[in-house]
Design a protein around this ligand. Structure first.
Ligand SMILES: [Zn+2]
Length: 318
């Protein structure tokens, strides 16, 4: 879909190794996959820098990180750095493979993965182990859950070598990027990146399609973060999941996000909130993803926005 959109906009330059699509000079997108029956991969963006390639988010599955490696090999350039927008496994899962291929690689991220590795990921791992034992009749499901456990067990190899502790311009691999840190939005520490040279903004999961995912989020602070994105003079915004968008797209997303929180806080029926999201964000949602979006929004309204667990309340109280 995005390739078609670029072609219509007259900026389509063709597809490169790894299925990477150029979105600005020296900047390429490897689209992540999000389908109902498989754990997602986030989008990866690759930026050319004087000392090598900078990869923003490394996906989850090995097929995704392989596409990043294929791109680097075809260009005959090393990956010099990774920037992780946040610690979710669909964004850091490829880190160990990229590090193994390029041992000197620097990894920039917030420190939020430290708490996740002793909290959220421990709980999730225990849940996976229980489900693996209960799914003896479904070897395919077992295999994907085992892969997930193996990923969590990579431990420190998922995390940063260089902690982003504040918003500031940073020279990475010889190129200056503006790194921004949001505290307690999608996770306890989300990094988004603006490249002033190309005016591309890499939003991570602050912008997620076909619907925002709330399992480690503070929804109210997330909403505030979207206002900061909007103040940035970008030409293209690349979301954590979904197709790149212009300013108008972010306006639509922001309004839909805000309406969703308001609907969940009021006493309208759950389906009213689901319909609201689908209507408000319709120009951003691919028609094939509508039913997936409905499932996601219904789930999050019911289990997180209306009935926040202790863990979610903690995300907002720090
Ligand atoms: Zn994600």
């Amino acid at each position: 879909m995005f390739i078609r959109a670029l072609a219509l906009a007259g900026t389509f330059y063709g597809v490169c190794a790894g299925g990477a699509v150029p979105i600005a000079p020296g900047t390429y997108l490897i689209e992540g996959e999000a389908t109902p029956n498989r754990q997602p991969d986030g989008n990866s963006v690759i930026i050319e820098a004087p000392q090598g390639l900078i990869v923003i988010d490394s996906g989850r599955h090995k097929e995704h990180s392989q596409r990043v490696l294929d791109f680097a090999h075809a260009q005959d350039r090393p990956i010099a750095a990774i920037i992780n927008s946040h610690w979710h496994l669909d964004h850091v899962g490829g880190n160990p493979r990229l590090r193994a291929a390029f041992p000197g690689i620097r990894v920039y991220a917030s420190s939020a993965i430290d708490a996740a590795r002793t909290g959220f990921l421990v709980d999730y791992r225990a849940q996976l182990v229980t489900e693996i034992a209960a799914s003896a009749k479904n070897p395919q499901a077992q295999e994907s859950m085992r892969a997930e456990v193996a990923l969590i067990d990579q431990g420190a190899a998922l995390g940063p070598t260089d902690v982003i502790a504040k918003s500031a311009p940073l020279n990475i691999a010889g190129r200056t990027l503006q790194l921004h840190l949001e505290s307690h939005a999608v996770t306890a520490g989300d990094v988004w990146v603006f490249d002033p040279e190309t005016r591309v903004l890499l939003a991570g999961d602050l912008v997620t399609l076909p619907a925002p995912l709330f399992e480690s989020a503070c929804p109210a602070r997330w909403r505030t973060s979207l206002a900061r994105l909007e103040k940035t003079p970008f030409d293209w915004l690349v979301p954590g999941h979904g197709a790149p968008m212009r300013k108008q797209g972010l306006n639509v997303y922001r309004k839909a996000f805000s309406n969703l929180l308001e609907c969940a806080a009021a006493d309208a029926g759950k389906n009213h909130c689901v319909d609201g999201w689908i209507n408000d964000a319709s120009v951003l949602i691919d028609s094939k993803d509508v039913s997936y979006a409905r499932t996601l929004v219904g789930y999050y309204v019911e289990n997180y926005l209306r009935h926040p667990t202790e863990r979610i309340q903690k995300f907002c109280s720090n």
